[in-house]
Ligand binder design. Structure first.
Ligand SMILES: *[C@@H]1O[C@H](CO)[C@@H](O)[C@H](O)[C@H]1NC(C)=O
Ligand SMILES: *[C@@H]1O[C@H](CO)[C@@H](O)[C@H](O)[C@H]1NC(C)=O
Ligand SMILES: *[C@@H]1O[C@H](CO)[C@@H](O)[C@H](O)[C@H]1NC(C)=O
Ligand SMILES: *[C@@H]1O[C@H](CO)[C@@H](O)[C@H](O)[C@H]1NC(C)=O
Ligand SMILES: *[C@@H]1O[C@H](CO)[C@@H](O)[C@H](O)[C@H]1NC(C)=O
Length: 420
């Protein structure tokens, strides 16, 4: 109760003083009552003041509140640890009350007032209209993505209106862009190319503060679509083979695979394990996104395989007359085709001939053996039979008694082995 009672008369004096000070005509003139400052920059609050002649100025200072402290005075900003290092009084004690506040941050957004006191305790002023300080950062406003060939406009946004003369600087991937500055705080990219993609930021000329970077992505249809084969080099049946489709596109493309004209699979990788000769052929991939599609060139898979289904066939028949020969042909399936053929007579160790065909002169069981670099294989044996000697006797008997009758008797005499 006591403290309340004590407070009453003091408060009255206080109110009277305030009333008196504020009722006077304005003695403080702020040249820019509202200031929009860029974060981290220095702000000059330009100010002049006048005071009645006959008094002596005791103290000049700035404050950010119209509420007095315990000492019945406004708190002096230069004694505030938040400000003391950054605040510089540029004015004097006569008429100029300009201050500079450096490294401003959002926390400095306030109204600031100039205060002076004179040698007469009742003659003191607070410039109550004050200077309103707004602090802004810069934000790049940009669409996230733009399609190649389109135009895009990027805006460097501030939360308060920066001074008219402010010059904006643009950066892409931290490199300043020299040209293409559009209207004051805008950057116009016309007919966007892929190289225009990047992280864009903006700044004000003469200021160190740079906005956070914003990614601009340029979308385009697939380009440079190609297939690579792993492992490279010769592919042999049973190998595992991987086909990879690479393409440049944004957004990423969907990949599909074709063998000949037939769809065989999808995904960037097409794997074939335990490959067989059936997989031989031409492969290509198709890369597709919302902007278009493109095929790769075709790659050929030529699957090598060792000899299979080797067999011997006869050019004519398996039987022949002595003195003639029979030609045997060795047929085989392999990749690469066999070039090296050897002929054997059954139960003889050394070859009796070479080359894809062989002329047998004697009876016997023959087989061929073919080689390619992946192996060799022998055929089943075939039987060759010499039927015997063909003797044609032309016996012309001229029958004198019959006069005109001529008999020709042709006889086949078979000897050695008789097959009939
Ligand atoms: C402060 O105001 C005066 C008078 O209008 C002007 O001449 C001066 O250039 C201003 N200074 C700044 C830093 O704004
Ligand atoms: C006050 O002083 C500052 C710093 O010396 C100066 O830049 C400014 O122009 C002065 N203001 C006036 C109104 O003279
Ligand atoms: C590979 O394929 C061949 C023929 O298709 C088959 O005989 C063989 O067992 C397969 N091998 C493996 C390891 O799957
Ligand atoms: C052909 O076969 C012979 C005998 O088997 C061998 O010495 C030679 O290296 C083979 N040549 C080729 C090209 O396979
Ligand atoms: C070759 O030898 C095998 C046994 O080694 C035998 O069974 C076969 O009858 C023989 N063939 C000929 C034509 O002599």
């Amino acid at each position: 109760m006591l403290s309340v009672r004590m407070a009453h008369p003091l408060s009255l004096i206080f109110l009277l003083m305030i009333h008196r000070a504020y009722s006077e005509k304005e003695h403080v003139n702020y040249i820019h009552p509202c200031i929009c400052a860029l974060k981290d920059s220095s702000v000059i609050m330009n100010c002049t003041f006048t005071y009645p002649t006959g008094y002596q100025i005791m103290k000049v200072f700035w404050t950010k509140t119209t509420v007095k402290n315990a000492d019945n005075e406004f708190p002096d900003l230069s004694e505030d640890p938040e400000y003391s290092q950054r605040l510089q009084y540029l004015g004097d004690k006569q008429q100029n009350c300009t201050i500079r506040l450096s490294h401003v941050t959002q926390k400095d957004e306030h109204k600031y007032y100039f205060r002076f006191t004179t040698d007469n305790p009742t003659v003191k002023w607070l410039g109550k209209s004050g200077v309103t300080l707004a602090v802004t950062d810069l934000q790049v406003e940009s669409p996230e993505r733009v399609t190649e060939g389109d135009s895009v406009r990027l805006t460097c946004k501030s939360s308060c209106a920066l001074t008219e003369g402010a010059t904006f600087i643009w950066y892409r991937n931290s490199q300043p862009l020299t040209e293409r500055r559009d209207r004051n705080n805008q950057l116009l990219l016309q007919s966007v190319r892929r190289e225009d993609a990047g992280r864009y930021s903006c700044a004000l000329h003469g200021h160190t503060y740079i906005s956070p970077a914003v990614q601009l992505s340029v979308t385009y249809a697939p380009k440079s679509v190609s297939v690579s084969i792993s492992p490279s080099g010769e592919i042999v049946e049973g190998d595992s083979v991987t086909l990879s489709c690479s393409s440049d596109s944004n957004p990423p493309a969907e990949i599909s695979w074709f063998k000949g004209g037939t769809f065989v699979g999808s995904g960037r990788i097409y794997s074939i394990s335990n490959i067989s000769s059936d997989h031989s052929g031409e492969y290509k991939c198709k890369s597709r996104n919302i902007h278009g599609e493109k095929y790769s060139d075709a790659v050929t898979l030529n699957i090598m395989y060792p000899l299979k289904s080797i067999s011997v066939s006869f050019m004519q028949s398996a039987q022949f007359w002595e003195g003639e020969s029979v030609t045997l042909i060795c047929s085989s399936d392999s990749n690469p085709p066999a070039l090296n053929f050897s002929w054997f007579k059954e139960n003889q160790s050394s070859a009796v001939g070479s080359g894809q065909s062989f002329s047998a002169l004697q009876s016997g069981r023959f087989y061929c053996e073919a080689h390619n670099q992946h192996g060799s294989q022998r055929s089943d044996a075939v039987t060759v039979i010499v039927k015997g000697r063909l003797v044609i006797l032309h016996i012309s008997i001229v029958c004198g008694a019959c006069g005109a009758a001529v008999f020709i008797i042709t006889m086949l005499i078979l000897y050695d082995m008789c097959v009939w």
